[in-house]
Design a binder for this molecule. Structure first.
Ligand code: ZN
Ligand code: ZN
Ligand code: ZN
Length: 322
C-alpha cells in the first residue's frame, strides 16, 4: 500500500501538561515508534518508520505518530527523529526492561569502608545498591532512600541508584563500581547547580545541626556524621539531593586538583580505587564558624596533606588553604 508522507511538523508547540504527556504514552504503537526512532542515529522517513513498526493500517499509524510529534518526536525535512523527552522516556523504559527487579543478597566485596578500612558488603534491592560496613557504625540515615529498614541495619553506609540493566552480567563488585560511577556523574552536575535529570537550575540550601556531637561516629540528634548538610531541590522536576556538604564541593577545582595531584581520579576511579576517593570526600573535618549568616570550614585530608575550603552564606568557596 502506498504511504503518503504527511506534513512532517504539524505542531510547532512542544509543551504538554504532565497529564497529556502520560496519556500520549499510553499506547503500544507509540512506544514502539519511540523505540524504533531511538535505535536510529539519524532521522527516519515516514515510509521507513511505518515499515519498521508493527502496525497494518497507515491511517492508524499516522494518527499515533501525530500524537507524538511535538513533545516527543521532531519532524524535519529529512524525516522523524526523537526529541530529548522521547529519548529519555525510551531510555528509562529500556533501563528496566532487561529483567525484573534483580535482588542481590548482602555480599562481602573486596572494597574497604572509607571510614574504618574494614571490608564492605553490598546488597541490591528496589533498584538501589545498599552499602554496609562490616565493622563500624557506618554513616547516617539517608533521607533520600525509600528503602524500608535499610537505614536501621548495622553499618549502613548509604545507597546508590542502579536500574536493573546495571546489574546484568556484572559481579557484585562490578555492580557497586558501576553504581558509584553512574551516581557520581549526577553529583558532579548537581554540585554545579544543574539538575542531572532535566537541567533546570537547582534551589540550594544548607542546614546545620546546632547541637552536633558525632564523637561516636554518628550524632544522636541528627543521625549524621557531619553537622552541615546540603540540599539541592529541582523546582522543575522531582529530583532532589540531600547529604553531607561535600556534595556541593565535589566539582570545585581545588578539591578535584587535590585528588588528581595525589593519583586519585574523582570522576571515574579505576578498579579498586573508589575507597581512596570516598575517604577524602566522606571523612572530612568541618568547623561551623557561624550559622547566621552561614560560614563553615571543611578540611579534606590525603597522604598527610590537607585542603581547607571556607564557604560562606552564598555557598561559594571564599577561602582556600593548602
Ligand atoms: Zn567502617
Ligand atoms: Zn547532629
Ligand atoms: Zn530537574
Amino acid at each position: 500500500m502506498p504511504v503518503e508522507d504527511p506534513d512532517p511538523n504539524p505542531k510547532a508547540d512542544s509543551t504538554l501538561s504532565p497529564d497529556e504527556a502520560f496519556a500520549t504514552l499510553g499506547n503500544e504503537t507509540r512506544v514502539e515508534i519511540l523505540r524504533t526512532l531511538g535505535e536510529e542515529s539519524g532521522p527516519l522517513s515516514f515510509s521507513t518508520l511505518f515499515d519498521r513498526v508493527e502496525v497494518d493500517d497507515s491511517g492508524q499509524f499516522n494518527y499515533h505518530l501525530d500524537k507524538l510529534v511535538g513533545h516527543f518526536v521532531l519532524g524535519t525535512d529529512e524525516g522523524y527523529t526523537l526529541r530529548q523527552a522521547g529519548r529519555r522516556v525510551i531510555e528509562a523504559v529500556l533501563s528496566g526492561a532487561v529483567t525484573d527487579a534483580p535482588v542481590v543478597e548482602r555480599t562481602r566485596i573486596d572494597q574497604p569502608c572509607h571510614y574504618c578500612g574494614a571490608d564492605i558488603e553490598i546488597s541490591v534491592r528496589q533498584d538501589r545498591v545498599v552499602k554496609y560496613c562490616t565493622a563500624c557504625p557506618g554513616r547516617n540515615a539517608d533521607p533520600s532512600t525509600t528503602l524500608a529498614g535499610a537505614v536501621d541495619e548495622d553499618g549502613f553506609l548509604g545507597t546508590l541508584p542502579i536500574p536493573p540493566a546495571g546489574v546484568q552480567n556484572r559481579s557484585p563488585v562490578e555492580v557497586f563500581e558501576a553504581a558509584w560511577t553512574w551516581a557520581n556523574l549526577e553529583f558532579l552536575a548537581e554540585a554545579s547547580g544543574v539538575c542531572s535529570r532535566c537541567s533546570a537550575a537547582l534551589t540550594e540550601s544548607v542546614t546545620v545541626c546546632e547541637a552536633h556531637d558525632a564523637a561516636n561516629g554518628l550524632c544522636d540528634r541528627c543521625e549524621n556524621r557531619h553537622a552541615v548538610q546540603f540540599h539541592a531541590d529541582c523546582p522543575n522536576c522531582i529530583n532532589d539531593l540531600h547529604g553531607p556538604f561535600v556534595l556541593k564541593l565535589v566539582s570545585r577545582t581545588e578539591l578535584l586538583a587535590f585528588l588528581t595531584s595525589r593519583g586519585r581520579n574523582p570522576v571515574a576511579p579505576s578498579r579498586g580505587s573508589i575507597a581512596a576517593v570516598d575517604r577524602v570526600h566522606m571523612d572530612y573535618d568541618e568547623a561551623v564558624l557561624s550559622t547566621d549568616p552561614f560560614e563553615a570550614r571543611f578540611t579534606f585530608s590525603a597522604d598527610a596533606d590537607t585542603l581547607t575550603l571556607t564557604v560562606d552564606d552564598s555557598l561559594d568557596v571564599v577561602d582556600v588553604e593548602r
